[in-house]
Design a protein around this ligand. Sequence first.
Ligand code: ATP
Ligand code: MG
Length: 393
Amino acid sequence: MVKAFLIKYSEIGIKGKNRYMFEDALRDRVKEKLEKCEGEFLVERENGRIYVEAKSEYDFEEVVGQLSKCFGIAHICPVVLVEDKTFEIVCKELVDHMKEELGDREFTFKVFAKRSDKNYVMTSPEICREAGAYIIDHIPGAKVDVHHPEVSVNIEIRHRAYVYVSSIKGPGGMPVGTSGKAMLLLSGGIDSPVAGYMMAKRGVRIEAVYFHAPPYTSERAKQKVVDLAELVSDYAGEIRLHVVNFTDIQMYIYDKCPHDELTIIMRRYMMKIAEHIAGETDCMSLITGESVGQVASQTMQSLVATNAVCRMPVFRPVIAFDKQDIIDIAEKINTFETSILPYEDCCTTFVAKHPVTKPDLYKIEKSERNLEEKIDEMFEKAVSEREIISVKM
Ligand code: ATP
Ligand code: MG
């Protein structure tokens, strides 16, 4: 019976000094995922692999499901542990496992052996040869093909023997926490949760900010964003969500600035506040769900105008994605259903009938001078009175 999992990761970009950081982070992320599963597990890091061993009853599907959301894993191999390393016993367990996994179909195979126990009575080539012969003798449909085997049969001799034949594709990416931390501007829409997921996949830890405008936006709209943050946290790990009350600033802009520039000016203030909070929380960059050309506020000119207020880099992982491509990811990560719930958004409440699509930075900055009297004070208040909610799936 499968009692263990061998976790393989791709080694690209993790040579040298980074390697330990990567491996330790992956081991920690794996432990966090397993804490959500029924059962007790031992997680060990050794020789460029991570071994998970179930110390109690557990649910196979649940464990694989959780590990499939753990970035940094290339493959998950369910392993049978053989306590007694006597070669005949290992072969017998291996054949039982193969019959269970492969049924009685015909297949070609090749044996791969690895020995970390160098005192073992056989060398790796001997193990391969002898085990291959044993398999052919005991499984009628099995044929050797050393060049293009359908099944890779693996035997590892450690303090115990490990045998495995199947490998489940992992999510890839880098373990969260190995690529710094960034502030995600998280709205209730489809795009920004996907943007956060994509950056988390590259190992970036996520902190998030949401701008709401009560009473124009409801408690339900806010809850929807909390729910989205939680769904993203299933991949990204714990997320701290900063909820900023944007009503006063929005009303003030509405009173003082040309209405066709409202969206752009509002977005510039969102970016400024997000960058400020990012600076206070060790984030090195911002993330948005912007996609070029999608709406008036995402033309190239609008992006330039909003970008101009930030000193930190702004990452926009879906910038060149079609809406449908973003939706496909949203469906895959299970945020889509929540994103399309029809609650009002603070940007749409005050939106002009004909917003500028090619804002002129000089004009925008001139309009913003109408805000000089109170904006600093409002900015300060919005930041200091923000609510911080920690979410974790
Ligand atoms: P999304 O689907 O992510 O809401 P969108 O297509 O609705 O995007 P916009 O409303 O123009 O596009 O927003 C562009 C980006 O600005 C969003 O992806 C998000 O990163 C950020 N943003 C917009 N509104 C808010 C908000 N209320 N709070 C936090 N971030 C926001
Ligand atoms: Mg939106």
